[in-house]
Design a protein around this ligand. Structure first.
Ligand code: ADP
Length: 584
């Protein structure tokens, strides 16, 4: 079972870095009141509690407990921020890129603990008092397999390559592990799984194949889809075997049968996947270099021999490798590249982390890799109009409906993402409301979090809700009552929605404004079923493998919700296995 919600990280002074100065105050006076102090702040997912231990000269240790903080992001941020504070003996430290809210909450909680200790906060916040830290330059490496990118695909590949007895190193350009996988909320699709069998859900790989092809508008690569549906069920057992607990199954848009596997409490799937894989990599002692960017693939006589990279200090170094696995994710956060390939997305926000820039695609193109479906870019229909923050499709799967500014439904909410996005963009202001109630909030931890964080408006009755939404109360009430009658009759006469999970007979009611944002880039490197990267003649480029969002062909013109985690774990594992087995 997973240990949920609690982060507890101790960093002891001077363990990882070389201090070039001593922290004792120049006057020789005692700098701190020795003892242990506590400070509490609010993070992304609730309270962040810092327990800070001081000697008379130093901040000796910091322990962070963050119930409800997104585990992998929070943990990465905790480790980095704590190391920075302790090593520099200063509060003038930077937030960790990609985990700003968590970092700021940790710094705030530590500051409050130091205030409690009566420390001189102004002096600690003054950058002039920081202890400078020297970091050694990364030396060149020589390994069997180098994996570029530490999202779900990269981590799965690394686990399998290591299991095959190979030496493995992961390069990750961000300061935290997990990439966009940290943000995956919904779940993982698979058919004919042991979990579905336990729940009495009858599904088949054939229907999974057909749903995926039809969701992708039949332009998907049939062989890749077949490989996905054949092995996704093993991937569920594999990730559960590593400690995830994907034991609940729900239905997402485009599915004929419920097949999206998610944590039992309905919490986001991505952080769970990242946590169990990073624990496994730690256990297997796989080397991971953070803040390390792959810049160029090394090629000799048409064969890939490794990668040129830059370390934390921007020094260049080389990783010689017999196999290179590209798992760098998509390009959703690179608005120039998005518009270059598809001008319909001009001006769109994105749900992606800021490392999703498409560098893997560029690096592979430079050694002759072929691209497929590159203009196929998906918007996620339900994201915050200001920030692009995504509200999982599981809210609709659990019964959520969409209402326009006129107080009316306008679509089968479980249509595929492209169809729902298009329908919202046609509405006034390109904004609709995602409507839910307390019964749904109880079974969906993600929804509970959105409400807790103040997204959207609420009301005890439809009239109250309409007022808060600034829509006509009569129309909204009529829409909701009519929908309740569809649910009672088991037939949505207006839009033909099959899954009618909630009648909205009881409040409290919630309405979250939503608009589409760039979410997934379906196109990318052309690969074969063994995850070998193909050149423009359709032949494998020796020594180069790829998996996850950096590749194209699996999702065709539209990825179904829940198919990304299925893809990254299934093809990530295949890439790791092939990369290991093809080493001569
Ligand atoms: P996937 O879902 O396919 O696994 P993710 O977006 O979750 O993709 O993860 C991709 C990871 O690759 C991200 O953590 C990203 O920061 C990292 N990455 C992207 N480009 C590079 C690069 N050039 N060097 C090192 N890491 C990279």
């Amino acid at each position: 079972m997973m240990k949920k919600g609690v982060l507890s990280i101790m960093v002891i002074l001077g363990l990882s870095m070389l201090l070039v100065a001593c922290s004792q105050s120049a006057s020789g006076e005692e700098k701190f009141n020795a003892g242990t102090y506590e400070g509490v702040s609010t993070g992304h997912g609730g309270e962040v509690i810092a327990t800070v231990t001081l000697t008379k000269d130093e901040i000796a240790s910091i322990d962070i407990a963050a119930e409800g903080e997104t585990e992998s992001i929070g943990e990465g941020a905790s480790a980095q921020v704590i190391a920075s504070i302790i090593n520099s003996q200063s509060l003038a430290v930077d937030a960790v890129s990609g985990a700003t809210t968590s970092s700021e909450a940790i710094i705030e909680a530590v500051t409050l603990a130091l205030e409690e200790a009566g420390a001189d906060i102004d002096a600690l916040k003054d950058p002039a008092n920081k202890i400078e830290v020297a970091t050694e330059q990364q030396e060149d490496l020589d390994v069997d397999v180098v994996v570029i990118g530490s999202g779900g695909a990269g981590m799965a590949a690394a686990v399998e390559a290591k299991a095959a007895g190979k030496s493995v190193v992961i390069l990750e350009k961000m300061p935290i592990l997990g990439g966009n996988t940290n943000r995956a909320t919904g779940g993982m699709n698979a058919a004919e799984t042991s979990v579905q069998a336990d729940l009495g859900i009858e599904d088949s790989k054939t229907i999974f194949y057909e749903d995926t092809m039809s969701g992708g508008k039949e332009i998907n690569n049939p062989d890749l889809v077949q490989t996905l549906v054949d092995h996704a069920s093993e991937s569920v057992d594999w990730i559960n075997g590593l400690g995830a607990d994907l034991s609940d199954v729900v239905i997402f848009g485009g599915q004929s049968v419920p097949r999206t596997h998610r944590p039992a409490d309905g919490s986001p799937v991505g952080p769970v996947v990242v946590e169990v894989l990073s624990n496994k990599l730690k256990k297997e002692e796989v080397q991971i270099l953070l803040e390390t960017t792959a810049v160029k693939l090394l090629e000799e006589d048409g064969e890939i021999k490794g990668v040129e990279a830059t370390d934390k200090q921007n020094h260049s170094f080389t990783v010689l490798a017999k196999s290179v696995v590209l798992a760098t994710g998509g390009f959703g956060a690179n608005s120039e590249m998005v518009v270059e390939y598809n001008e319909n997305f001009e001006g769109f926000s994105t749900t992606n982390h800021k490392g999703a820039l498409g560098s893997g695609i560029k690096m592979a193109e430079a050694v002759g890799a072929d691209l497929t479906d590159i203009a196929e870019i998906q918007a996620h229909p339900t994201t915050d109009p200001e920030t692009g923050y995504m509200f999982t499709e599981a809210v609709r799967g659990d019964g959520g409906i969409l209402i326009n500014q006129e107080g009316q439904r306008f679509i089968d909410e479980l249509e595929t993402r492209d169809v729902v996005s298009k329908a919202i963009l046609e509405k006034s202001g390109s904004v609709a409301f995602l409507v839910a109630n307390d019964a749904m909030r109880e079974k969906n931890a993600s929804l509970a979090k959105y409400i807790e964080h103040g997204y959207g408006v609420e009301g005890d009755t439809f009239e109250d809700l309409a007022k808060a939404m600034h829509v006509d109360a009569k129309t909204l009430t009529q829409t909701m009552k009519q929908y309740a009658s569809y649910v009672a009759n088991g037939s949505d006469e207006a839009y033909g929605r099959d899954n009618l999970a909630e009648a909205f007979e009881e409040g409290k009611y919630y309405a979250i404004p939503v608009t589409p944002s760039v979410h997934h880039t379906m196109g990318g490197l052309r690969i074969d079923t063994k995850a070998r990267v193909l050149n423009k003649d359709g032949a494998p480029i020796k020594g180069l493998y790829a998996a996850g969002e950096v590749t194209g062909g699996i999702h065709g013109a539209n990825r179904l919700g829940g198919n990304a985690i299925a893809d990254i774990l299934t093809f990530g594992r295949i890439a790791g296995m092939t990369a290991a087995s093809e080493i001569e």
